[in-house]
Ligand binder design. Structure first.
Ligand code: MF3
Ligand code: CO
Ligand code: CO
Length: 297
């Protein structure tokens, strides 16, 4: 029996008003792309030495700590701009630069993607309401390294269909992470994600990908979230650091771009969810780096 709260509504989201750009204190080190239309090409390695990994680890933990703190504010009545302001201040108070700010001209410090927004929603005056789902994507740049993390939160009481989508998208990410072992082809990650998503009839978005991360926000290493065989047969190597960040949809995997050039919404306006971790490949498998400081949550 379908109850009133069992099915996810189709979205009707429209853009709100974007507040003025938030300042960054002078003493905070900026990534190299700030002020440029696109980032300088990254020419470094995909696998990192211990010193670089240590720096990525700190940035990743800070992003996760910021997520825990910002996530506590997610409730009906809060605006996505208020979440952006909080995360911005959290990061700069700890000496970090919010990596999204001015990345390819992105105007805000985090991404906030509601309901039918696949990814890269711009924080604005939009008020979260009971029953929404919202993804916060927070990236910290600290001591020359980026850590990238996103979580989909449920706002108040959410319908069953949306709740299952959120839970299963997190599980899909975890299956992708557990599939990532040294010596296996990169494609095993996306295959694990897509096989799991298909079980429920969910779409898997192809065009937004996981990526190498560390000294650069996006290093050029590509991690698909779907089965791309025979492509992406390159072996996973110890020392690699990359994100796994699948976007699953209740309907079509195809999307439209808003006129702002950032906000991707599902073509059928059905809901979509995403989770993202930054992981380090060790001899054993993938270690999640975007975990909060013990005792912080
Ligand atoms: N953090 C996003 C990712 O997971 C990238 C956001 S780019 C931005 O790769 F410009 F929208 F911030
Ligand atoms: Co990412
Ligand atoms: Co991200």
């Amino acid at each position: 029996m379908a109850s009133a709260l069992s099915q996810a509504p189709v979205g009707t989201l429209t853009r709100g008003t974007v507040s003025p750009q938030r300042p960054i204190p002078e003493h905070i080190d900026r990534p190299n792309y700030v002020g440029l239309p696109e980032p300088p090409k990254y020419t470094g390695p995909d696998s990192f030495d211990a010193e670089t990994v240590a720096r990525i680890r700190r940035a990743a933990r800070l992003a996760a700590d910021a997520m825990v703190a910002t996530g506590r504010l997610v409730k009906p009545g809060v605006t996505t701009d208020e979440l952006d302001a909080f995360a911005h201040n959290y990061l700069i108070e700890r000496g970090a630069y919010p990596s999204c700010l001015s990345y390819r001209g992105f105007p805000k410090s985090i991404c906030t993607s509601i309901n039918e927004v696949v990814c890269h929603g711009i924080p604005d005056s939009t008020v979260l309401k009971d029953g929404d789902i919202v993804n916060l994507d927070i990236t910290a740049y600290l001591d020359g390294a980026h850590g990238d993390h996103n979580v989909t939160f449920m706002v108040g009481e959410v319908d069953e269909e949306s709740r299952l989508l959120v839970e299963r998208t997190q599980e899909a990410m975890m299956r992708g992470i557990r599939a990532a072992k040294p010596g296996r082809p990169i494609n095993v990650i996306g295959r694990a994600i897509e096989v799991y998503a298909r079980r429920f009839g969910y779409g898997t978005v192809h065009e937004f990908i996981g990526h190498g991360v560390g000294p650069a926000f996006h290093t050029g290493l590509v991690i698909p979230h779907y089965d791309a065989a025979p492509e992406y047969s390159q072996p996973i190597e110890p020392g690699m650091v990359f994100t796994v960040e699948p976007m699953l949809t209740l309907g079509t995997r195809h999307w439209d771009m808003w006129e702002d050039g950032w906000t991707a919404v599902t073509r059928d306006r059905k809901r979509t969810a995403q989770f993202e971790h930054t992981v380090l490949i060790t001899d054993e498998g993938a270690e999640i780096l975007t975990l909060p400081t013990e005792g912080d949550s």
